[in-house]
Write a protein that binds this ligand. Structure first.
Ligand SMILES: Cc1cc2nc3c(=O)[nH]c(=O)nc-3n(C[C@H](O)[C@H](O)[C@H](O)COP(=O)(O)OP(=O)(O)OC[C@H]3O[C@@H](n4cnc5c(N)ncnc54)[C@H](O)[C@@H]3O)c2cc1C
Length: 392
């Protein structure tokens, strides 16, 4: 009988093929060399350099899914999925992934999908190059999960709108050159009274009020913004007037998938770091990984990671094929967000006291992971979306 030795080598899981694995390699090389070694410094500085966007743009990573006529790579969501997962996996920084992701995965997509040709030239083209940085502004001090209750108003005037209000928790809020901003255009319109306007940082009345201090994601900037009589020309209206809620929901699907993909990358990073540690650290005369209690933790983690992978990849594949599988996207976001937190918690436990120390990467991994269950819709909202999808 031939014994097949498990070498640990795996064929790429669908929907990925050889071409995607090549892309994964090149992303990994870039991120391992130009991002990972600087993460600690950027975390302490509370920001990564602005030039990183231009560098990612130069390498084509900010435009993988966009058409070549706009400077993109002419790829699709599967190429982008590789980038998003690998940025977290090889970078090991929730903050860098968030800052780059807020620009390339949630701020430029609505311009690509809903923008006019002129709007694409103004914001998508320089966005793909990483020359102009974008942010998405939906959340307000009084409106988070309950998007329809937002209070930022855009009053119609001759030739455009006058915007008053505030946004909070906006990733890239401090450094963004343009903000894809949800505003109320019809006071009592509820879901049907929201429109998107693109606000620009140099517009009079547009103010960055503060850069918020956070539990994790330290190298990303999270801003609080206020708008006082900001005059926005009508050519900055994105999509249909009062059609903004549709834009929010459409945008959420890719955003939630990218949260799930980022979680996948992050959980694999934490697992690998911890495995290395468990093979090196000794107690009672043996590597701690040789204790059954620890070995079984790895076994449990690996099963969860594989389950999350299958779920996220299968859903990304369907999304890429033009389906709109809201239930499955929501399930994938919920599940991957829970699993990264569980894996990060086990990783700290396996590191013992060292896991609690800043010097060890899992400490940051644990703090960074926590945001996944809140951002782009909380666990509770994910459960609502899934539950309601059964007609309940
Ligand atoms: C670091 C960070 C970055 C972010 N980046 C951005 C960004 O770039 N752009 C942006 O627009 N937003 C951003 N957000 C905001 C984020 O999307 C919101 O924080 C999130 O949607 C939750 O809203 P909230 O914080 O107002 O919580 P709330 O809506 O006040 O919720 C508080 C609690 O009540 C629960 N809850 C609320 N409604 C229900 C319900 N119907 N049923 C059951 N439970 C409910 C929630 O699940 C939660 O547990 C960011 C947030 C953070 C922390």
């Amino acid at each position: 009988m031939t014994v097949i030795k498990d070498t640990g080598q795996r064929a790429p899981l669908p929907p990925f093929g050889a071409e995607h694995e090549e892309l994964r390699e090149s992303v990994s090389r870039f991120v391992s060399k130009e991002i990972a070694p600087n993460v600690e410094e950027w975390e302490d500085a509370r920001e990564f350099p602005r030039e990183l966007y231009a560098r990612c743009g130069e390498l084509g990573f900010l435009g993988l899914k966009y058409e070549t006529e706009y400077g993109g790579q002419g790829g699709d969501y599967v190429h982008d999925a590789v980038w998003v997962e690998e940025l977290s996996h090889s970078g090991g920084s929730g903050g860098v992934a968030a800052g780059i992701g807020a620009h390339a995965e949630i701020a430029t997509p609505p311009i690509w999908k809903f923008g006019t040709e002129e709007q694409k030239q103004r914001w998508l083209v320089p966005g793909i190059k990483g020359e102009k940085i974008g942010a998405l502004g939906i959340t307000e001090p009084g409106a988070g999960s309950d998007v329809a209750s937002l209070r930022t108003t855009a009053r119609k005037v001759d030739g455009g709108y006058v915007v008053n209000g505030a946004k909070t928790f906006i990733t890239n809020g401090v450094r963004a050159d343009f903000l894809v901003c949800a505003c109320k255009t019809t006071e009592d319109g509820g879901h049907h009274g929201i429109s998107f306007l693109v606000l620009e940082r140099d517009m009079p009345g547009y103010e960055v009020v503060s850069k918020l201090e956070k539990m994790g994601w330290h190298s990303s900037d999270t801003g609080e913004l206020s708008f006082t009589d900001v005059e926005v020309p009508e050519e900055n209206l994105l999509g249909e007037e009062n059609g903004g809620f549709y834009l929010i929901m459409a945008n959420f699907q890719w955003e939630r998938l990218t949260m799930a993909l980022g979680a996948l990358g992050g959980m694999q990073r934490v697992f690998e770091e911890t495995l290395r540690y468990a093979k090196e650290r000794e107690a009672f005369g043996r590597a701690i990984g040789r204790f059954q209690a620890i070995r079984h933790k790895f076994a449990e983690m690996s099963v969860k990671i594989e389950a999350a992978k299958q779920m996220v990849y299968a859903t990304a594949w369907r999304f890429n094929n033009g389906e709109y599988p809201v239930r499955e996207i929501t399930q994938a976001k919920l599940y991957a967000s829970r699993i990264i937190e569980e894996v990060a918690d086990d990783a700290i436990q396996i590191h013992g006291g060292y896991g609690y120390m800043k010097e060890y990467e899992v400490e940051r991994g644990y703090r960074d992971a926590r945001l996944n269950r809140i951002g782009a819709g909380t666990d509770e909202i994910m459960l609502e979306v899934i539950g309601r999808s059964y007609g309940l």
